[in-house]
Design a protein around this ligand. Structure first.
Ligand code: COA
Ligand code: AMP
Length: 634
């Protein structure tokens, strides 16, 4: 018998225009679309061409006009700075309009790019919405990235303005942002005209005369800006994500499809109702922050929570429960790594007993594979549905999930359940044909992708095609591999490229290898992601030194650890590198990273038939053993 999920899924595939056209009616449009889907230039597809709307209007003004002005739009809670702030929809509208006026006052107009290099403070959300209000394209860069990474993004996005703050605050550590920003601008070929700096009380910043302006001054005495009507197909934001090289990919999201999809997911995937409180414990620098700290909850008239803290240590593993109780959170979304950290610090969930979680309805996990142990621990202690769902920066929302707003499915641990309406998910075999149930292979999605997924890579249609669409015509390549069982449950098992997930953060080992190779003593290197109890994976570097290299191997290893921290940032969590005599390779010279990874993770592996010299594997095992990684050979 079919249920609401089956019905919605079937309709979304058989009649996508009817399905998404109906969903779009939930938003305010200055002008309705000419067509729901323009499929005249495959593989480029456009949703709602001819439609005119403003994302900020739909996320903020519309709710004030509908009588929600007094409801909290945003609650900010920062254990690391000891501050809290709650902002109603009316206040948010005023603050966003004034910030937008400040941007306009610095010459920012529709289509200009604005980079935000921000900690988790309300001004980050306000600045994003202010950009959307005047049609500027924002690009948020995660605060944990180093100047070099920021510089790469500045060169690619060419922002007119950069918005930043005097500092970020990590547990027990203040990170002055301004010197990092100055260093990035120094490194970048493109120079922004203005930097707007939010002054935080913890740190002062040196301002560059003529370029830098403090935020309070920038927004003082400006005329609040009105919402600018935008074509549905105009870009809303660029979000850079790790690719297979040091060159990040600028994911482009449009205005119309994005708003339609996110609003739809709030009700149908997350089972949220306007007025309820949604908390995504992530960072505005990641896609989860874009979609579910900022746009999704606000488009749906919910209260969103901005948390500047950690799951543990700020002050303890009860932090999430305090937040849920204090703000009456209905639904929490975070990465499994956060729950692994809590579970490790408080295995019996004793801290939970101090808090009242009445009204808490569901926990959603994404960003990396959810291990069954963590899901079951959360289920046991929270006594609410714990839902693993699968998505990517590129897709902007879930490809696979248990859509509890439609119909709750039986759980299969290890699977993020079934394809969400709008997504055709397939596993392909070696010939590019659909693989039978249970067979592992690359996971792909049928074109056209539903609204809200990436429309291209910023300024790089060619790279968009090459990275995602050329491999299997008619399909989008997710970069993940897995299988689909006979009931349609999707199992996402691994990446097919060099991406690793470190504490829910997506990183490229290829980008790290590029940095390691820059060391004057390194002849060749490999970086693999090895299993870590809390972070899921952490990178581990192997170095082969140039013949005749002076100095000690430990010194070189320490150097490269420092180089990765300096160039990518602390977020890379690259803490260990070891020097080895040789790296295992195939006869054609390809480094056997997968085999090294299996040895490090103590997983069974077969000696590859193509290996050049199997004795090197023994050397690698010995090295790994010496530095504390378990090993065994099947
Ligand atoms: N600005 C500056 N530095 C940052 C930063 C930021 N915004 N975010 C993280 N860092 C630093 C950390 O301080 C840490 O530095 P260290 O090596 O000097 O200790 C380093 O980057 C690695 O950070 P992280 O991987 O987050 O490790 P952690 O030990 O600080 O915290 C968790 C581990 C699991 C508690 C944390 O990652 C977490 O809460 N994750 C779940 C939520 C989430 O991030 N989701 C993202 C996708 S949904
Ligand atoms: P990001 O673009 O940072 O969101 O990372 C996306 C990648 O994280 C995906 O391509 C997967 O490799 C991984 N990922 C995200 N969610 C899940 C999940 N629920 N299960 C398994 N892997 C996931």
């Amino acid at each position: 018998m079919s249920n609401a999920y089956d019905v919605a899924y079937e309709r979304s595939i058989q009649d996508p225009e009817g399905f998404w056209g109906e969903a779009a009616e939930d938003l305010h449009w200055y002008r309705k679309w000419d067509k729901v889907l323009d499929d005249s230039h495959p593989p480029f597809y456009r949703w709602f061409p001819g439609g005119v709307l403003n994302t900020c209007y739909n996320a903020v003004d519309r709710h004030v006009e509908a009588g929600r002005g007094g409801q909290f739009a945003l609650v900010y809670d920062s254990p690391v700075s000891g501050s809290k702030r709650a902002i109603t929809y009316s206040e948010l509208k005023d603050q966003v309009a004034r910030f937008a006026g400040g941007l306009a006052g610095r010459g920012v107009t529709k289509g200009d790019r604005v980079i935000l290099y921000m900690p988790m403070i309300p001004e980050a959300v306000i600045a994003m919405l202010a950009c959307a209000r005047i049609g500027a394209v924002h690009s948020v860069v995660f605060g944990g990235f180093a100047p070099q990474e920021l510089a790469t993004r500045i060169n690619d996005a060419k922002p007119k303005v950069i918005v930043s703050a005097t500092c970020g605050i990590e547990a027990g550590r203040i990170i002055p942002y301004k010197p990092l920003l100055d260093a990035a601008i120094e490194l970048a070929a493109h120079k922004p005209e203005t930097c707007i700096i939010v002054k935080r009380p913890q740190v002062e910043a040196d301002m560059v005369p003529g370029r830098d302006i403090d935020c309070a001054t920038a927004v003082a005495d400006t005329r609040p800006a009105e919402c600018v009507p935008m074509m549905a197909t105009d870009p809303l934001y660029i979000l850079y994500t790790s690719g297979t090289t040091g060159d990040p990919k600028g994911i482009v999201r449009d205005n119309g499809g994005h708003a339609v999809a996110l609003k739809w997911t709030m009700r149908n995937v997350y089972d949220m109702h306007p007025g309820e409180v949604f908390w995504a414990a992530s960072d505005v620098g990641w896609v989860v922050g874009h979609s579910y700290i900022v746009y999704g909850p606000l488009l749906h008239g919910c209260t969103t929570v901005l948390y500047e803290g950690k799951p543990v240590g700020t002050p303890d593993a009860g932090a999430f429960w305090r937040m849920i109780e204090e703000y009456k959170v209905t639904t929490l979304f975070t990465a499994p790594t956060a729950f692994r950290a809590i579970k490790r610090a408080d295995p019996d969930g004793t801290l939970l007993k101090h808090y009242d979680l009445t009204g808490f309805r569901a926990l959603f996990l994404a960003g990396e594979r959810s291990d069954p142990d963590t899901i079951q621990w959360a289920e046991r202690h929270l006594k609410v549905p714990v839902i693993d769902h699968w998505w990517q920066t590129e897709t902007g929302w879930a490809i696979a999930a248990d859509c509890i707003g439609l119909h709750r499915q039986p759980i299969k641990y290890g699977s993020p359940t079934k394809a969400v309406p709008g997504w055709v998910v397939r596993v392909l075999d070696e010939n590019g044909a659909a693989a039978p149930a249970g067979q592992t292979g690359p996971l792909v999605c049928g074109l056209p992708l539903p609204p809200g997924s990436l429309t291209t890579l910023w300024g790089r249609d060619d790279r968009f095609l090459q990275s995602y669409l050329n491999a299997y015509p008619g399909y989008y390549l997710t970069g993940d591999a897995g299988y689909i069982d006979a009931d349609g449950y999707i199992f996402v098992m691994s990446r097919t490229d060099d991406i690793i997930n470190v504490a829910g953060h997506r990183l490229s080992t290829g980008a790290m290898e590029e940095i390691l190779s820059d060391h004057q003593s390194v002849a060749e290197c490999a970086v693999v992601g090895v299993a870590d109890d809390t972070k899921g994976q952490v990178p581990l570097g192997f170095l082969v030194l140039k013949a005749g290299t002076d100095g000690n191997p430990e010194g070189v290893a320490a150097d490269v650890v420092g180089m990765v921290r300096e160039r990518i940032g602390a977020v890379a969590s690259f803490k260990t590198a070891v020097v080895v005599e040789r790296l295992p390779k195939t006869r054609s010279g390809k480094i056997l990273r997968g085999t090294i990874q299996k040895i490090a993770d103590n997983r069974p592996y077969k000696v590859p038939a193509t290996i050049d010299d199997p004795t090197i594997l023994t050397e690698i095992e010995e090295t790994l053993n010496r530095i504390g990684y378990a090993h065994s050979r099947s």
